[in-house]
Design a binder for this molecule. Structure first.
Ligand code: ZN
Length: 494
């Protein structure tokens, strides 16, 4: 299992043992204290670099130069022992210390830790205060909270008007927590507004006035991964393999353009996912984005890589740099809502009597939302013979999609109105000639019926030329990892 600790993201900010942190912190504190004699604290401003602690070794220049999002490839994948084809590879335990960070390293001046020590030092020791917490509910106002806490309106007025940063206090939102710290003589000393677990606004008494600053805690990102072979449904197999709900949904979103998760999944399909987990002080905060994934559907392999460009925009691409997104959704219903999971797509020439069947049927409960497969304009909304309640959408010049047997329409999706891809246009029903509740879906290109499950769909823009080299470079590691995961899983399955 230890090899797995390598399978994570290197964080620029290394974590240290509490004892070491205390020692280094203490040394920095002394150095900073000396520095403070020559430098005045200004609230909310980042502190200048403190002199490195004399005893602390110099930062490893290699670590410093590494990009913060580097991933190290494991040398060896763990032996799973059992014959299970679902390889559930546990994440490193939240308390596990990354190996590299066990080396003592002097912290650069940009870390939150150093900053907070320097700005905190002259003001007060937060630990010595007694704190009362108030979770903000809708209807709360600062003055109501202050009065509840037996604090004067004058104090509130002075705090709020002490600086621009302190004024942010007026934008309290339900769910946030306001903490008020008093000293041993019960006098107000500090106020902290926690926006969430990461971002806070800190106000402290400093002499006759107030200091205010925002504090953002450093979130550590690690990568983790899972692979699984599908036994029954994507959702259940993914759950069993230990994929969190949010990651399953993202996986379905990424590949949902190519694979119809409602109808095309077969027993034996398999996938591998590499995603980020976010940690705060060693505790898992949440699951982050999928970095890379592979899905093998009926023997066809699909791979997706996340790329974030310099403007911060992220998207998924094939290893060749083509966009994973298409102009049309492969399935106009959520795959989790489909009742017949492994039914072969009905593409027979005959339905009931002599009517040729030209679409795909999705069995789902009455009332299941139906999404517009692509951006377009509704050109028909109403009853249409055996189709019952029907919506037809025109997408550009070449494409139309048809949705039949609806129980009702979305009121906003009127005939003639424009719809966005994914927008709900109506709900599954059994109007017209339908034996049971289902959506009958048709896809036409230049007026000709095409199989929506197999038709080649126009894709979104590929990766921009200027990012191409960067994308390819960053993809190498991830692709190698996917390869390793896939091989390991298949070896275990045999
Ligand atoms: Zn049908």
């Amino acid at each position: 299992m230890r090899d797995f600790k390598n399978f994570r993201l290197e964080s620029r900010r290394s974590r240290r043992s509490p004892l070491l942190r205390l020692l280094v912190g203490g040394a920095i504190l002394i150095a900073a204290g000396v520095g403070l004699l020559l430098w005045q604290v200004s609230g909310g401003q980042p502190a200048p670099a403190p002199a490195p602690a004399p005893s602390a070794p110099q930062p490893d220049s290699n670590i410093q130069k590494k990009p913060s999002r580097q991933i190290t490839l494991p040398l060896k994948l763990p032996d799973l022992g059992d014959e299970s084809s679902s390889t559930t590879l546990p994440a490193p335990p939240p308390t596990a210390k990354p190996r590299r960070s066990e080396q003592p390293a002097a912290q650069p001046s940009t870390t939150t830790r150093t900053k907070s020590i320097v700005t905190q030092a002259p003001a007060l020791d937060r630990e010595s205060l007694s704190w009362s917490n108030h979770t903000i509910r809708s209807g709360d106002t600062l003055s109501s909270i202050f009065s509840e806490q037996a604090l004067s309106p004058t104090l509130l007025h002075r705090i709020v008007n002490s600086s621009k940063t302190a004024k942010q206090l007026t934008h309290i939102k339900p769910g946030e927590t306001l903490r008020i710290g008093r000293d041993s003589s019960n006098a107000f000393r500090s106020l902290i507004l926690d926006h969430d677990r990461i971002n806070s606004l800190i106000i402290e008494i400093e002499g006759d006035s107030f200091s205010a600053r925002t504090d953002t805690k450093q979130v550590e990102r690690r990568t983790t991964h899972r692979s699984a072979t599908i036994q029954d449904s994507l959702y259940l197999s993914a759950k069993q393999a230990g994929l969190p709900e949010s990651v399953i949904m993202e996986l379905a979103n990424i590949f949902g353009w190519d694979i119809d998760f409602a109808l095309e999944i077969r027993s034996g399909d398999h996938f591998s996912v590499i995603w980020e987990e976010e940690f705060l002080n060693g505790d898992k905060l949440r699951d982050g984005a999928i970095l890379a994934a592979e899905f093998v559907n009926q023997g066809r392999r699909y791979r997706a890589l996340r790329y974030t460009d310099e403007s911060g925009h992220s998207d998924y691409f094939t290893p060749e740099g083509r966009s994973m997104r298409k102009a049309f959704l492969r399935a106009p219903v959520d795959f989790r809502r489909i009742s017949s999971r492994f039914t072969r797509a009905r593409w027979h020439p005959v339905l009931g009597k002599k009517r040729p069947h030209r679409g795909v049927d999705y069995s789902a409960k009455i009332g299941t939302p139906i999404k517009a497969a692509g951006d377009g304009k509704i050109i028909h909304r109403g009853r249409k013979g055996g189709y019952g309640r029907t919506v037809i959408i025109q997408h550009g010049q070449r494409y139309t999609t048809l949705y039949a047997h609806l129980s009702r329409y979305n009121k906003k999706a009127k005939s003639g109105s424009r719809v966005k891809q994914g927008q709900i246009i109506g709900y599954v029903g059994k109007s017209g000639l339908a034996t049971g509740p289902h959506l009958h879906y048709e896809f036409r290109v230049n007026g000709v019926h095409r199989n929506p499950l197999t038709v080649k769909l126009p894709a979104a823009q590929p990766i921009a030329k200027k990012y191409r080299a960067d994308f390819e470079m960053k993809s190498l590691d991830l692709l190698a990892q996917l390869e390793t995961l896939s091989r390991t899983m298949l070896a275990d399955a045999n």
